[in-house]
Design a protein around this ligand. Structure first.
Ligand code: 13P
Ligand code: ZN
Length: 267
């Protein structure tokens, strides 16, 4: 028995592998983080380095995450290699008691650092913790990115275009989708902009870069990414065929909302 035999590590690895085969993770593109439950933490402590230290300072501290433990992908690591070399590709980090740093408890066995998007992952976890979300997921899905060159970079335009592209969309993400304009990735500014959007919804597009999703578990986060990218693919096809000649109407949306008991964001 070792760290990689624990069920949450296994589930993390499975998601990384599935996501690679979806074509969303060229090279080291994208990253994934998971906040452990108390029971998972207790199981992980058996296998971790209790002497890890000194703490590494966080660029974007979040006191609400003090003492929490996260499994995250490493910076520059390839999603396709997670299944082959989990201990090299992943990092198990414990946030310090003041929320200002972290201890590397396991992983990165060949050296390195947690993902460069750790500030965005942690600020998103901070705003999503109360809602019970444990997974923050970033990928580079091609059709979503393509739409950021065509659609106005607004919550309204992206939400409407994707809702109209597949009937399941308003039901799966009734809060719609947030949009962050082009920004330099990997720092606290883009982390602040993304987490501000995440306060109101579970999906945020980064213009000309990719998508972030928040889920209660791996299935929910993966499912959101999959649903949004599928809708974006349909939207790209429709635009490529000359644009929609008919679509899902306002009346259809309100009938859906009523039938599925969801409240749709006002657009
Ligand atoms: P990392 O390799 O540091 O996770 O960065 C990949 C990425 O997608 C940056 O946005
Ligand atoms: Zn990225």
């Amino acid at each position: 028995m070792s760290m990689i035999d624990l069920p949450f590590v296994d589930a993390f690895i499975r998601m990384a592998d599935d996501a690679f085969y979806k074509g969303w993770h060229e090279r080291n593109g994208g990253n994934l983080s998971y906040r452990l439950t108390d029971d998972e933490r207790a199981a992980a402590e058996v296998f971790w380095n209790a002497e890890a230290g000194p703490a590494v300072p966080l660029e974007a501290p979040a006191s609400v995450l003090a003492g929490d433990v996260f499994l995250v992908t490493g910076s520059g690591k390839y999603m396709r290699n997670v299944i082959l070399a989990p201990e090299e590709s992943l990092a198990l980090v414990e946030i310090t008691a003041d929320g200002a740093g972290y201890y590397l408890r396991w992983g990165l066995s060949a050296g390195g650092r947690p993902t460069s998007e750790l500030p965005t992952h942690l600020l998103n976890h901070a705003v999503k913790k109360a809602a019970g979300k444990r997974v923050i997921y970033h990928a580079h899905p091609g059709n979503v990115i393509a739409l950021t060159y065509i659609l106005p970079l607004t919550h309204k335009a992206f939400t409407r275009a994707l809702w109209e592209s597949a009937t399941e969309c308003p039901v799966v993400f009734p809060e719609g989708i947030g949009v962050v304009p082009w920004m330099v990735p990997g720092g606290k500014d883009i982390a602040a902009a993304t987490s501000a959007e995440m306060k109101h919804r579970n999906i945020v597009v980064w213009a000309h870069h990719g998508l972030f999703c928040a889920g209660a578990d791996f299935d929910e986060a993966f499912g959101l990414m999959d649903t949004v990218e599928k809708a974006a693919e349909i939207c790209v096809k429709v635009l490529s065929m000359g644009g929609a000649r008919q679509t899902i109407t306002e009346q259809n949306f309100s009938d859906l909302a009523k039938s599925f008991g969801v409240t749709l964001a006002e657009l």
